[in-house]
Design a protein around this ligand. Sequence first.
Ligand code: CU
Length: 489
Amino acid sequence: MSVMTMGFFPEIITIDAGDSITFINNSSEVHTVTFLSGNPPINPFSPLADVKIGGNVYNGTTVVSSGMLLPGQSYTLTFTNPGVYIYQCIYHAGMVGIVVVNPAGTPYPMTQAQYNQVAYQEVTQSLSNGESIFQQVNIPATPGPNGTTVWHVNAGLTTPAVASVQLTPASGSDVTGTAQLAIVSPGEMSVEVDLSGLTPGKTYQVQIFTGASEAGGRLTYTLNPVVGGSNGTGTSITTVKVEPLDPYIPGSYGIPAASWYVNVSSGDTAVSLGDVIAPAASAMRFLPSTLTIHVGDTVTWTVNAPDEVHTVTFVPQGMEIPEFGTPVSLIPAGGPVFNGSGYYNSGPLLPGQSYSLTFTVPGVYTYVCLLHDNMGMYGTIVVLPNGPVNSQQLAQLSTMLNQLSGLSGRVYNNSAQISQVDARLSSVYGTLSQMNATMNGLQNSTASQGTLMQVVNARVSGLQSTLIVLVILVIISLLLNVVLITRRR
Ligand SMILES: [Cu+2]
């Protein structure tokens, strides 16, 4: 998989006090489900991020956290008190969701099936946004020293931090419109609000709250007001200062996937409002994935995603790819000049951070992200010699490229074989469970046969006693007959 989306789906869910929610990690990444309840954020790189905090009941005031949820794992929480609760994944800045808890007995706005539909739409939308990432890769190379070139590679890439919000009428008004949010530079967000159905000459306040439009929240940004024009429309554009999504990741500027809503009001009355839903999608790839350069050139990798951490790691032949988290994976190694062999590692690159290597030896070099190698996050640098390439060098190069494609072919074959084995195993499991079911059935039928036998036995013995009684009766009547016959004589 090359595109991954970051969010909780559905982004907003409304339940009643006493209800439970099961959060399932349906991804290849690790996540947490963490309710901070206004307490300070947890450092994603501290061990506290990985451990479960609190029980499985949330009263709205304490910190509860699932700890590290591996792919396929789930976490269930029961909500005891009405309120609007924001939760997040500690590892992925901006991965935020909302639970609205109404008093027990309040009718539900949606069924589970409807929420599933909303979740499907949100995921589909963000994944199709994600596909567009591959069209945006276009960073020009820049001149380096002594006639060399500095090339740029995106280590992962996320959809632009933008969100489009539909504003729907409230309090019986006719005011509709849209709000467009966009991070325009680190620390700056621009918001354009376009409204119609306004009273000409009237001034409307526009604000962003943290919470959910159906349940209220806390004022976060005040935007420029909108004045109704003669045709009932109006616009305002505001640039506001924003904080990083995660204070522990300074470059994490973005729009949270959920937890904001835009509120248009007249006096104290809300006349139009809408939730900001901005699930981001990331390409878990090095873009461009293959780059051809010349000896002496430099490659600079930059993490262009507010919510991801990657590494750029060259692992020499014969060495196993290190597991992320081990010291060898975390400590930068190799220095700034790549001489064609050996272990080179950027260490974890946070959002906005870069890593550069200058290549001095012609060759074909494959590198990997130690966190996302399981998703196929590999890249290749082809280093050509300077000056004209002779036919022998070209032949060597094509041999190396062939070997490389052979290797990747083998990897694909292996994974295909593994999935075949998986399929066979699951069919064996299926057969086993069928056999179990048959065995159970057999046992049941044996048991019922036993019961039948008992019934038959009981009947037979009943019949036997009846028969004995009958025989006795017959004997008695015979005797009586004999006696009568004897008397008649
Ligand atoms: Cu990565």
